[in-house]
Design a protein. Structure first.
Lengths: 473, 499
């Protein structure tokens, strides 16, 4: 195996390198190291993101345990973009007095989860997949408990780790059944031997449950709201876009390759769960007053929409899932960015606190509105294109009824997104949030999101670029 | 660049310029200039279109231009207009122009008001110029969503409730529409060629009947919601009553026409067989709309509600005429769209102006306004007469054409529908004359109303523009009728081939 073959693991290697550099840098920097580490880490990660976009061939390593191709590369890059935005957005929050002593830990843990996710997406067998999955899960649990002086944060951490452990257990049980019936843990071998026997169906259901937990699909969603509310906003946004995105990516790859032979079966499972997820997520989101919980439930319902793209099993579906995730990253991080900017400044995160925000902070309100419209799928912002292509993919598979249910659910979701818009623009308040000027990093993060929301849809080359590498069942 | 794209670009430029303005005076000036240019462009377009036709251009759509947007799905940005679209663009330009002047004294967040209003207008213009289902749908939603803020922020009465109701119901309509459009898209290649969203290409093929049965109702109802088809009209009275003047004008005058236009350009044009087979269901519903709306208007006391219900009735007549499916009624339907667009805009403008003076919209609290605000009162009478179909004004031309066409159907079902719908003419006269009688004549029963001032220059600009257009169509209908008639050819061929 030549040295250049190791370059196929470029993303993972670069990330590991950065993690080590940050670790060493923390030892070397004297005094108040938080001021220096934050920009240093962001710049390093920016370089890693740019390096990720350099062209790279496809191939596999370690006897097929690790594989990569154009699509996987795009997926990793999408995740990198999301993490970069989160790093920029959390800059201010990390500067708070109580966080100063553990700044580098934040970056280290985030980066290790990202390495785990990259390995997971690139995995070629269930062992590598599982290792990646665990590496992506355990650090995030400690991140959820990052604000250790707050009870809710600690609660979020323990809830996340316990329910993760349970779901991993269930998933492992499913994987063991797959191994038992096929005699292999390599994806390519398993795919050949699958023939929808009862035990294999059961194995898939167990495996699916574990994945559904990560993507927070109903009925495996109950941890989401509490963890999202308790965790710091940066971690919440990380959980709701990056963790979810990585799980969606590997799930779509596995459905289309490993479980190819069981397509008819998993289409049924996806059908039922996506209807449940969209509807229940929406119904719960409607009643939330706390914006973090609100975004948590809305992100549950968004996960249901993602299944609409997968269910057709066509290459258009894969394109639209990746494309939607990219747009979802911009939109959701835009919304979380505004919530976090306001929470950092005033500590307020309820919907009622946003009454009359437009009159005092017009730019933030506009960005929030655009982000919410993008989540709801209103043109001309990108969310419309993302949702439209998901629906197109499902319709291509002939699932018109599901599309109708999906579109009606977007109308329900529009209702609660409009409630926030109403609070900001229409409601009057005696004590509105006063005008404030955000610092440069917060603004930079929001501007990236804004640009992403506006331009990803209108310029078709993003979609076409993803489309080139997509494949179907 | 294609001249049609300018109709989207000018509003966009106006919106960006509005963002740079300071103070309400600058904002309204910029908005007026932008939409003034748009109106001039619309007039130019009409003459260019007529010139093309006179010089022997017999293409289905003139100024046709197409550029690829999403190649892998064959989504294009395709523009092109026929006489009908040109007439609708002209209507929109007139109503928007009048709307800007009718909201000349909006002083609360003026800039945002005009930006939302012009965003709405750009959606409408985009819808009328596009020939690609995807872009049409996109512009359709762009036209709907600003309504929420426009009603919620600048409206009156139970505005938050109405705004939410209107937005959700219209978006619900677009939900059905989306499924319908996707259904059309995936059935647009019977020969195994590439799928397409292009209306002209789809009209050349016959969509399989099983698909038509499924997607015709979805598409028709989807557009029908916006066209206030019974029983999905309930957003309209609440929405119009709560909306600020210019928004009511634009919404009743133009946005509801998107429904009628879409019904025939997409649903009936692309799926004529299903239109023939299933049209009767919708014909019954629209007949109910026509009569129910008119009766509803009689029972109301609030001026805006009266006009909103009358819009339900008149827009019902548009769909009714379309579903009669012969050349005369189709012609009438388009003229009715334009005529109703103009006169309902005029009504709402006047109601806004009267409300701004008397601070009430309940007709039994007002009286004898003819004595104190003669200009507005006279214009109100003109609008009323146009609405009840007095010869010489646009309403007459439209209703006459529609009913003459409807009577050409000899069978009993169409006869019953026609006669029922004809009854609305009488009912319309009842509610119009009742309002005119109570509101404008008789004694002044409120002493505060003795000192009202008559219309200001901008109010005159707004109303006179609309009155001129109404009288213009009424006096010289053939001009418009010819322009529409030529363009009805393709759809009539489609419908007659479907038998």
């Amino acid at each position: 195996m030549g040295l250049e073959q190791y370059l196929l693991m470029r993303h993972e290697l670069v990330l590991t390198l950065i993690t080590l550099i940050i670790l060493i840098a923390e030892l070397c920097i004297k005094g108040d190291n938080s001021r220096k580490i934050r920009p240093f880490a962001i710049i390093l990660f920016f370089i890693a993101t740019v390096v990720g976009f350099l062209p790279l061939g496809e191939g596999s390593l370690f006897g097929g345990m690790f594989q990569t191709n154009g699509m996987i590369l795009i997926m990793k890059n999408v995740l990198n973009i999301g993490v970069l935005i989160i790093f920029i957005q959390s800059y201010t929050w990390l500067g708070n007095e109580e966080n100063k002593i553990k700044v580098s830990e934040f970056f280290l843990l985030m980066l290790s989860t990202l390495i785990g996710m990259d390995f997971m997406i690139s995995s070629g067998d269930f062992l590598m997949f599982y290792i990646g999955l665990e590496l992506a899960t355990i650090p995030i649990a400690s991140l959820a408990a990052y604000e250790r002086t707050k009870t809710k944060s600690a609660e979020a951490g323990i809830k996340l780790i316990l329910s993760s452990a349970l779901s991993s257990g269930i998933m492992l049980y499913g994987i063991s059944m797959l191994y038992g019936t096929t005699g292999s843990i390599y994806f390519s071998e398993v795919a050949k031997s699958l023939h929808s026997s009862n035990l294999q169906t059961l194995a898939f259901i167990f495996f699916f449950s574990g994945m559904a937990f990560k993507i927070s699909i109903v009925p495996f969603h109950l941890w989401t709201a509490d963890v999202y509310e308790g965790a710091p906003i940066s971690v919440t946004s990380y959980l709701s876009v990056i963790s979810k995105g990585a799980a969606v990516f590997i799930f779509v790859i596995m459905l289309f390759t490993v479980f190819r032979a069981m397509t008819a079966m998993w289409q049924d499972v996806l059908y039922i769960t996506s209807v449940l997820t969209m509807t229940i997520g929406n119904l719960f989101a409607m009643r939330q007053k706390n914006l973090k919980r609100f975004l948590a439930f809305s992100s549950i319902s968004q996960a249901g929409f993602i299944f609409l793209g997968m269910i057709g099993g066509n290459e258009l579906g894969m394109t639209s899932v990746v494309y939607f995730m990219l747009i979802y990253i911009f939109s959701n991080l835009g919304a979380f960015g505004v919530v976090s900017a306001i929470a950092n400044r005033t500590g307020k995160e309820n919907r009622d606190d946003y009454d009359g925000l437009y009159l005092t902070n017009p730019k933030l309100s506009l960005l929030m509105m655009i982000a919410l419209f993008s989540l709801a799928g209103i043109p001309p912002v990108a969310g419309f294109f993302g949702k439209f292509f998901l629906f197109t993919a499902a319709a291509k598979g002939g699932f018109y009824m599901l599309v109708l249910i999906g579109v009606l659910n977007t109308i329900i979701s529009l209702y609660y997104y409009l409630l926030v818009v109403k609070a900001m623009f229409i409601n009057k308040s005696e004590t509105p949030i006063q005008y404030f000027k955000s610092d440069g990093y917060t603004r930079l993060g929001l501007i990236i999101c804004f640009a992403g929301i506006v331009f990803t849809g209108l310029f078709s080359f993003v979609f076409e670029y993803i489309r080139v590498y997509a494949f179907g069942v | 660049m294609n001249i049609l794209s300018l109709f989207v670009i000018i509003p966009l430029i106006t919106m960006f310029s509005l963002m740079l303005t300071k103070g309400f005076k600058q904002a309204r000036l910029v908005a007026a200039i932008g939409m003034g240019i748009q109106l001039i462009m619309a007039v130019v377009l009409v003459f260019m279109y007529l010139h093309e036709r006179n010089t022997g251009n017999t293409q289905e759509m003139v100024f046709y231009d197409s550029s690829m947007w999403f190649p892998s799905l064959n989504i294009t940005y395709t523009v092109g207009v026929d006489g009908i679209a040109v007439a609708m663009i002209m209507l929109t330009a007139i109503v928007v122009f009048a709307g800007i002047f009718a909201s000349w004294d909006v002083q609360f967040l003026t800039k945002e008001f005009f930006i939302s209003l012009i965003l709405l207008a750009s959606g409408v213009f985009g819808f009328f110029i596009c020939l690609d289902l995807f872009t049409m749908f996109l512009f359709y939603e762009v036209a709907v969503i600003p309504m929420y803020l426009l009603i919620g922020l600048w409206g009156s009465g139970p505005k938050e409730y109405s705004a939410m109701k209107l937005t959700l119901m219209l978006m619900g309509g677009s939900a059905l529409l989306l499924v319908g459009l996707l259904g059309i898209y995936f059935n647009s290649n019977p020969g195994g060629t590439q799928l397409t969203f292009n209306i002209l290409s789809i009209s050349k093929i016959v969509i399989p009947m099983s698909a038509q049965h499924l997607f015709f109702p979805l598409t028709f109802v989807g557009f029908g919601v916006l066209g206030a088809m019974f029983p999905l009209h309930t957003w309209s009275p609440d929405g119009h009553a709560s909306a600020p003047t210019a928004v009511s004008m634009l919404h009743a005058g133009v946005l509801m026409k998107l429904g009628g236009y879409g019904c025939f350009r997409v649903a009936m044009f692309l799926m004529p067989q299903a239109a023939h087979e299933m049209g009767w269901i919708f014909l019954i519903l629209t007949t109910i709309s026509v009569v129910y709306g008119a009766f509803g208007a009689i029972a109301q006391k609030d001026l805006k509600y009266i006009n909103a219900y009358s819009s339900v009735s008149h827009c019902g007549l548009v769909l009714f005429a379309l579903l009669m499916m012969n050349k005369t009624t189709m012609d009438g339907a388009i003229i009715q769209m334009i005529s109703h667009g103009l006169m309902t805009a005029l009504f709402f403008a006047l109601i806004g102006m009267i409300y701004g003076r008397t601070h009430t919209r309940l007709i039994n609290e007002m009286g004898g306004l003819m004595k104190v605000i003669p200009f507005l009162a006279v214009v109100y009478v003109i609008a009323g007469l146009a609405s009840l179909g007095l010869p010489g004004l646009s309403g007459f031309v439209a209703e006459m054409t529609i009913f003459v066409g409807s009577f050409q159907h000899p069978d009993i079902f169409h006869r019953i529908c026609t006669i029922t719908a004809c009854a609305s003419i009488v009912i319309t006269a009842v509610y119009i004359l009742r309002v005119v009688g109570i509101l404008l004549f008789g004694p002044i029963n409120n002493e505060h109303h003795l000192h009202l001032t008559d219309a200001k220059w901008y109010e005159k600009t707004s109303t006179v523009t609309l009155v001129l257009a109404i009288a213009g169509i009424g006096l010289a209908p053939l001009w418009l009728s010819n322009m529409i008639g030529d363009s009805l050819g393709p759809i009539m061929t489609q419908l007659s081939n479907a038998f």
